[in-house]
Design a protein around this ligand. Structure first.
Ligand code: 9WO
Length: 245
């Protein structure tokens, strides 16, 4: 998976060297290359922003340095890249979207700053606009890093345990079941007996029931998007009965 980044603060992406994303980078399964629009400016002050035509507050990222940074990134891409702009106006980036990005193999992520970018770059160069949520950040870099993190862990070999990614919360469309580790009792609270039983079929059923119940309680919107089979419906009903709902 190849990511080309266009950003005024490429240093922010250094933290991807930590943890699971770092593992993907070290193994060469994920590549992140950055281009700074400031390097493509033509004036001695290396200006990347200017006042908006028509007036108003703040500054807008100029077209020319962005266009040339994008061109450099396109040339370096291992195959024809999808060019993505991160903004609150974009489509919501979720787990399904992350799976879609994985198929692209080469993606250029444009992280804006100030009040945004010159509209002509959006029209000429941007294939897709994505949002990680309904809030305004100081720039698109953190959103780009969220995308890289979520997609990288789906690249085969990046996450250690082969099956643990498919066990991730949301990969089934459901929330994660409750998890426990040592000790068996902590502050008078015991680990559920079923998890100590060693009966893997019963444990699997319990976990699915908990996932269904927790999703029903906390994120009914996710459950409404799913088509539960008869068995899942039965487990959810058992959860409701057992928990007095
Ligand atoms: C800033 C601003 C200040 C005064 C009046 C209007 C304003 N709009 C903005 C603004 O939207 N700034 C953005 C900052 C410009 C594009 C990059 N920035 C950004 C991206 N903030 N938040 C995101 C983002 C990206 C993806 N998902 C969620 C948020």
């Amino acid at each position: 998976m190849w990511f080309g980044i266009i950003a005024l603060f490429p240093e922010l992406f250094d933290s991807l060297a930590c943890g699971v994303t770092g593992r993907g980078l070290k193994k060469g399964l994920v590549t992140v290359e950055t281009w700074n629009p400031r390097s493509f400016t033509l004036d001695k002050h290396r200006t990347v922003d200017d006042k908006p035509y028509g007036g108003g507050p703040g500054m807008v990222m100029m077209a020319q340095p962005l266009a040339e940074a994008l061109e450099a990134a396109r040339k370096a891409a291992p195959q024809r890249p999808t060019v993505v702009y991160l903004s609150p106006q974009g489509k919501r980036f979720d787990q399904k979207a992350a799976e879609g990005f994985l198929e692209k193999k080469a993606v250029i992520l444009l992280a804006g700053r100030y009040e945004g970018i010159d509209e002509r770059i959006l029209e000429a160069d941007i294939d897709e606009e994505w949002s990680i949520g309904d809030y305004v950040l100081s720039g698109g870099e953190l959103a780009a890093m969220v995308v890289i993190d979520a997609v990288s862990r789906l690249v085969p070999g990046v996450v250690k345990e082969e099956d643990s990614v498919s066990q991730d919360s949301l990969s089934s469309g459901l929330l994660k079941y409750p998890q426990y580790t040592r000790p068996e009792e902590y502050k008078n609270k015991k680990v559920p007996d079923v998890l100590l039983s060693g009966n893997h079929r019963v444990i699997e059923d319990w976990r699915l029931k908990q996932s269904l119940g927790k999703t029903w309680l906390k994120r009914p919107d996710l459950l409404k998007k799913m088509q539960l089979n008869k068995y899942q419906q039965q487990l959810l009903q058992e959860f409701k009965d057992e928990n007095e709902f």
